[in-house]
Design a protein around this ligand. Structure first.
Ligand code: CUK
Ligand code: CUA
Length: 864
């Protein structure tokens, strides 16, 4: 066991474990024992654990199902990073509660009706040459046939489009290899128009289709007028994938109702589920989107429905752009392999996976070699001539994702609750592993791109039954992480998903995502243009135009300007809020009580809130993010009076203040205090200049923030002096207090910057020095000794120079302090600090390391 752990340690950490590991090892075993973990568990834990501050290797974007959101988590840690609000209001982000985000959410209105939820299924990352480029994410709403665009610079929804002719859509979002189009195939067939047609009109009028949403990569928007739809028979199209490599220009969509069955269980007819799976075969739709995109340019090839261009079936057929191939009944996933030659169709009701060969398909198309035609006139290819082959995988094959090695694919078996690894070229089974219950989609890293990365796989399971602490009848879903880096798949960890049902995930290497941390001052985050309500410091104001009141306000640590807003009942209010911060992560939230509004105002952002002040009363407003030590004081009052009422009887009370002498004392005290603080700040700023801080971007950001805060001091000081000269001592004290607030904010950033700069500049610690530092802190030395200044014990800089034969002397002293107390130098120190160093029972090895640490301190003495 000991040996085994040494190997594990050695292999994982890449270090040689020698004698000292005996302690670590037994600790390790103790914890394993206490928590009832096996060696395998411990190994799995090591593979997924991120110590504080360490980032994950991949992002996973996971559909949030019925929440209408997208979930983002890190892999391998499975730590949730964000829920991106898409089709549903989300208060934390202010989404749907401030005016600008409401505009995005309302782009999803259908026939004038607000839709406040969505059923998200398939996230898709934007691609360049079939590879993920990390710029945009797209997600569909199955329930309402909508597609949303998320800008990955900001992780915010930037657009929602409503399909003008579909009533539901499942097969989206899937992108073409350069993100020219986002594909969205219909699911439940319905008339394209908004008219009533009885079910008996199913064959004649109900239709399926695929919509090609034109995406403009430059401005990050779908162009609705450049988008179009290919009409398809009402076969209940399911999932879709776009071709790539040799099949670039083509796309593939499967379906499950070649029977054209229309249900009617309440009339005594067999239900949909029986009727839709009566035939042995359904249809894989094969179409040439590049050709369709050409055809649509000519008006005579299209009919316009609800203002949207549709290419009729017969036009597509006539132009050799649409074909069908039989597939085993009611399949589910369809996935094009990384080089584009093979199309894998999942069996679902059949135990076999089918691998179609695009070369064979193309040959038949070129030779016009068709087996037959369907009742809509679409040519049908021979299945045998199209297949590369089939392989029996197991029960309930739903989805696929590709591995790194050529030909490897991983498939989910919903009924068998397994993940199978196989080779689709050689049609050979390689491995299978049990997961928990009912897996739907699965995602190996970048597994649907042209460049799969392998390493990890997530299984998105529908049921969690007994996996987690019970939370009532509605269970979380269960996403499981599997290590696929080795020969055998290894299940690593379960993650409860407390949102909606996650269908598909799209993963991407973390280094490909480049986000912004702030906006240019006064930006409307939804348009990325300057906001009409952009307000800079000093421009805060309240303007009234009739009964419409415009409030131009700002937020900055730690006040909201203005702090009093008095309105008449019935006033329409437009409130603009600009977050004046430049510092990373200095978000302010804003709400006015009882008004159902909330905004999250990121650094540099301006937001707009619109509401009617329709109830009389006093309504505090405040910042909803704990943004500084004075966050709770970040408040104001909205006072709404009824213009028809007389409030003249209200007595205004005056607060009794301090005496003149007391105020004068207060004033002098705070002046002195500010001067002292200022000299600390000066020395910090000098330190930054002397050390070339600007070379380190994160340090520079912090210093810039500090300087930014510092510049605000002058005007407050002016106000203080002015008040003092006008003998308004009360205000003089308060404004000097404001000076101090800004100094504290300056120091707050500056001290963080200094710590970071020191870490950047210091020489590298030896392994011993590193350990020594740990021992120094853990052993309690840092309770009395602060490096760089005298605290309750002496400063340790130069401790190795203060004694003859110092290394030996210091070692002896740590080991046995009492032995030195009688030395004259020590007698003086003890008297000065009125404290004797206690014996901390350090081991020799630890003392050696501490000395190494002291050497490192001396090497870097000028940094402290
Ligand atoms: S679907 Cu949910 S498990 Cu919408 Cu891709 Cu298959
Ligand atoms: Cu701003 Cu709290």
């Amino acid at each position: 066991m000991k040996k085994y752990l040494q190997i594990v340690y050695g292999a994982l950490l890449g270090v040689l474990v020698i004698v000292q590991s005996a302690t670590a090892e037994s600790e390790f075993q103790k914890v394993m024992q206490k928590r009832g973990l096996s060696e395998k568990d411990a190994l799995a834990a090591l593979k997924v654990y991120n110590p504080s501050g360490k980032h994950d290797e991949y992002y996973a974007f996971v559909s949030g199902g019925q929440s209408g959101q997208v979930m983002v988590y890190g892999i391998p840690s499975m730590r949730i990073l964000k829920y991106i609000a898409v089709f549903a209001p989300e208060p934390w982000q202010g989404y749907g509660f401030d005016t600008d985000s409401k505009e995005i959410l309302r782009q999803g209105n259908i026939r004038g009706r607000e839709i406040n939820w969505g059923d998200t299924h398939h996230p898709a990352l934007s691609e360049s040459d079939g590879k993920y480029d990390g710029k945009y994410l797209f997600i569909n709403d199955k329930a309402n046939a909508r597609i949303a665009v998320i800008d990955l610079k900001y992780f915010e929804t930037s657009q929602i489009v409503v399909n003008p002719i579909f009533k539901s859509s499942h097969g989206g979002a899937f992108v073409t290899p350069n993100t020219d189009y986002i594909l969205e195939s219909c699911q439940y067939a319905a008339p394209f128009t908004n008219d009533y047609y009885p079910m008996e009109a199913y064959e004649e009028v109900y239709r399926g289709g695929v919509t090609f949403w034109k995406f403009d990569k430059k401005n990050g928007k779908i162009s609705q007028q450049d988008s179009f739809t290919l009409e398809l028979p009402p076969y209940m199209q399911d999932l879709t994938d776009a071709g790539k490599g040799i099949s670039d220009g083509w796309a593939f969509t499967n379906s499950f109702n070649s029977e054209l069955y229309t249900g009617g269980i309440e009339k005594g007819l067999p239900p949909f589920e029986a009727g839709c799976s009566r035939n042995d075969m359904d249809y894989l739709h094969v179409y040439n989107w590049k050709k369709l995109a050409e055809l649509v340019k000519d008006d005579k090839n299209v009919k316009v429905i609800n203002g949207h261009r549709v290419i009729p079936i017969e036009i597509a057929v006539k132009n050799n752009a649409l074909f069908l191939i039989p597939e085993n009944k009611s399949p589910h996933g369809v996935d094009v392999n990384p080089d584009g030659q093979y199309i894998i169709v999942s069996g679902k009701l059949d135990t076999h996976a089918s691998v179609y060969d695009f070369k064979k398909i193309l040959k038949q198309i070129e030779n016009k070699e068709f087996a037959s035609k369907d009742s809509y006139g679409i040519p049908i290819l021979d299945i045998k001539k199209s297949l590369h082959g089939q392989l029996e995988l197991g029960l309930g094959h739903l989805h696929n994702t590709f591995g790194k090695e050529d030909g490897t694919i991983y498939s989910s078996l919903y009924v068998d609750s397994q993940v199978v690894k196989w080779n689709y070229k050689q049609l050979k089974l390689l491995d299978r592993t049990n997961i928990h219950y009912n897996v739907g989609h699965l995602e190996a890293m970048e597994g649907k791109s042209a460049d799969p990365q392998g390493e990890y796989l997530i299984a998105l399971n529908k049921l969690s039954i007994d996996r987690f602490l019970p939370v009532g009848p509605l269970h979380p879903q269960n996403n499981q992480l599997i290590d696929i880096g080795g020969k055998k798949m290894e299940l690593l960890v379960d993650m409860p998903v407390p949102l909606g049902e996650p269908h598909q995930a799209a993963s991407i290497r973390a280094s490909k995502i480049h986000t912004e941390v702030r906006y240019n001052m006064g930006t409307n985050s939804k348009t990325l243009k300057p906001h009409v309500g952009k307000t800079l410091a000093g421009q805060e104001r309240i303007e009234r135009k009739g009964n419409h009141v415009y409030i131009y306000s700002t937020m900055v640590r730690s006040h909201i300007n203005p702090e009093h807003i008095t309105l008449n009942k019935g006033d329409k209010v437009t409130m603009y809020i600009t977050n004046l911060e430049r510092a990373q992560d200095e978000t302010h939230g804003f709400t006015i009580d009882h008004h159902n509004i909330h905004a999250s105002v990121e650094p540099g952002e301006s937001v707009q809130l619109d509401f009617v002040a329709d109830i009389e009363g006093v309504f505090p407003y405040y910042c909803t993010e704990f943004c500084s030590a004075l966050h709770i004081e970040m408040l104001g009052y909205m006072l709404v009076k009824d213009p028809n009422k007389d409030y003249g009887w209200i007595q205004k009370t005056k607060i009794k203040g301090l005496s003149k002498e007391e105020l004068q004392k207060e004033y002098e005290k705070i002046l002195a205090n500010n001067e002292a603080t200022n000299s600390v700040i000066d020395s910090l700023f000098k330190f930054f200049e002397d050390r070339g801080y600007a070379k380190y971007p994160t340090v520079k950001n912090l210093v810039d923030d500090a300087k930014d805060q510092y510049t605000k001091i002058d005007s407050e000081r002016e106000k203080a002096t002015k008040a003092y000269n006008e003998k308004n001592l009360e205000n003089a004290v308060l404004f000097e207090n404001m000076v101090w607030q800004y100094m504290i904010k300056t120091a707050d950033s500056a001290i963080r910057a200094k710590d970071l700069l020191v870490t950047n500049l210091a020489t590298k610690k030896s392994a011993g020095a590193k350990k020594g530092e740990e021992v120094f802190h853990e052993g309690g030395c840092s309770g009395c000794h602060v490096v760089g200044r005298v605290s309750s014990g002496p400063d340790l800089i130069g401790v190795l120079k203060r004694h003859r034969n110092a290394e030996k002397w210091v070692a002896e002293y740590i080991k046995n302090p009492e032995s030195k107390f009688k030395e004259p130098y020590m007698e003086r120190l003890i008297k000065f600090f009125n404290l004797k160093m206690p014996n901390q029972n350090m081991k020799d090895e630890e003392i050696k390391d501490i000395i190494e640490y002291f050497k490192w301190i001396d090497e870097n003495a000028d940094l402290f």
